[in-house]
Design a protein around this ligand. Structure first.
Ligand code: PMP
Length: 398
């Protein structure tokens, strides 16, 4: 049956990294993948993480199976960080949180759960969205459609269109929302816009599925969870997938979670029992190490503060590189305004480059961006900035 198996297309983002790795140019730059690198261009090992690992290592614990839903200490910390210490839904026992294999794993558990128990719904994602959203929900068996989001003319959100489209969504539609640091555009919703979406969600009986992959990369861990907290006030089911890949620089450990907000403690118990079935039939139970690092850091007030500081330094460095990029481009191409890049949030920028320009960057300059024109600002540093600006200037000018 494999004789005529077609070759699958390369992943749009990880495919860029494969091409980057095969490039022998010593001055190559990977602006494709969504990974934070420091001012030396290196993937950081956070000090808070290293200290937590030291603690874990001295304990020399054996590695038994975790419960299906994951490490209890970790689950509690996720709930506090995402929903807030004084969260009513937390205190009322209405949250069901399960450890997942990164944010992707949280989305997939949510998708499978919804497909089992809400199979006729459509899934609506933003246009554009993280490339894997469509593929992941389609793979779970859903029809995936998109709602308008980014407006290339204004470099902002086309909010009127967005709201009008959501108002026309069939009841029960699952709406995937980027909680902060929209990927790929870097353009976020403001408070009034979140409130308006919330009102439509209630009125139309939609099911919000919030994707919180970048908590702490916009304004800080508390402020970046505001959208999640708005939705947690509603008497409707809400799903939240969160990730520590970026905020702890723990990409390879696959640490994330899925939380469902339920109407009551009793409903939460039923939901948890079914979610455990989804997990059991997929991978049985999650791995120990990443979750114990995150739990150890978040439980200890000193390590927690150190982590917040390290996360703040990552956030500030990205903001600094945005400003540096804008001012260099202003000098190089004075007749064009790139000020919007400094306004965007999180790791990414929708640069406005078209496909031909992205290809030219790759072929002539060994600078790798995603075909959509998305560039990762967190991959810029003072050593590669000049090269990137020179190359951008050439491809934009022609
Ligand atoms: N959602 C969005 C919007 C993302 O950008 C990412 C990471 N690129 C994820 C989810 C998945 O994160 P993880 O690596 O933790 O699976």
């Amino acid at each position: 049956f494999l004789t005529h198996l077609p070759l699958a297309p390369k992943d749009p983002i990880l495919g860029v990294t494969e091409a980057f790795q095969a490039d022998s140019n010593p001055y190559k730059v990977n602006l494709g993948v969504g990974v934070y690198t420091d001012e030396q261009g290196k993937l950081p090992l956070l000090r808070s993480v290293a200290l937590a690992e030291d603690q874990i290592n001295t304990l020399k614990t054996a590695r038994g199976y975790l419960p299906i839903e994951g490490l209890g200490r970790y689950v509690r910390q996720v709930q506090t960080l995402v929903f807030g210490e004084n969260s009513p839904v937390l205190q009322e026992g209405r949250l069901v949180t399960v450890q997942s294999l990164g944010g992707t794993g949280g989305l997939k558990l949510g998708a499978d759960f919804l497909r089992w128990f809400h199979p006729a719904a459509e899934v609506w994602i933003s246009d554009p969205s993280w490339e894997n959203h469509r593929a992941l929900f389609e793979a779970a068996g859903f029809v995936v459609k998109s709602y308008p989001y980014y407006d290339p003319e204004t470099h902002g959100v086309d909010f009127d269109k967005l709201i009008r489209t959501l108002e026309g969504a069939p009841r029960g539609t699952i709406v995937v929302l980027h909680a902060c640091c929209h990927n790929p555009s870097g353009v976020d919703l403001n408070e009034a816009q979140w409130q308006a979406i919330r009102a439509v969600v209630v009125e139309r009986g939609l099911i919000p599925f919030l994707d919180l992959a970048y908590q702490g990369f916009s304004q800080g861990t508390e402020k970046d969870a505001v959208s999640v907290r708005y939705f947690s006030e509603l008497p409707i089911p809400v799903l939240v997938a969160n990730s520590f890949s970026k905020s702890f620089s723990l990409y390879g450990e696959r640490v994330g979670a899925l939380t469902l907000i339920c109407a009551s403690r009793e409903e939460a118990q039923r939901v948890q029992s079914q979610l455990k079935r989804v997990i059991r039939t997929n991978y049985s139970n999650p791995p120990t190490h990443g979750a114990s690092i995150v739990a150890t850091v978040l439980e200890d007030s000193n390590l927690h503060q150190l982590w917040e500081d390290e996360l703040g330094a990552m956030r500030n460095r990205i903001r600094f590189m945005r400003q540096a990029l804008v001012s260099c481009l202003k000098e190089a191409i004075p007749d064009q305004d790139f000020g919007f890049v400094a306004e965007q949030q999180g790791m990414f920028s929708f640069s406005g480059l078209n496909l031909a320009q992205v290809r030219r960057l790759r072929q002539d300059f060994s600078i790798y961006a995603v075909d959509s024109g998305r560039i990762c600002i967190a991959a810029l540093n003072e050593q590669n900035l000049e090269r990137v600006v020179e190359a951008l200037t050439q491809v934009i000018r022609e």
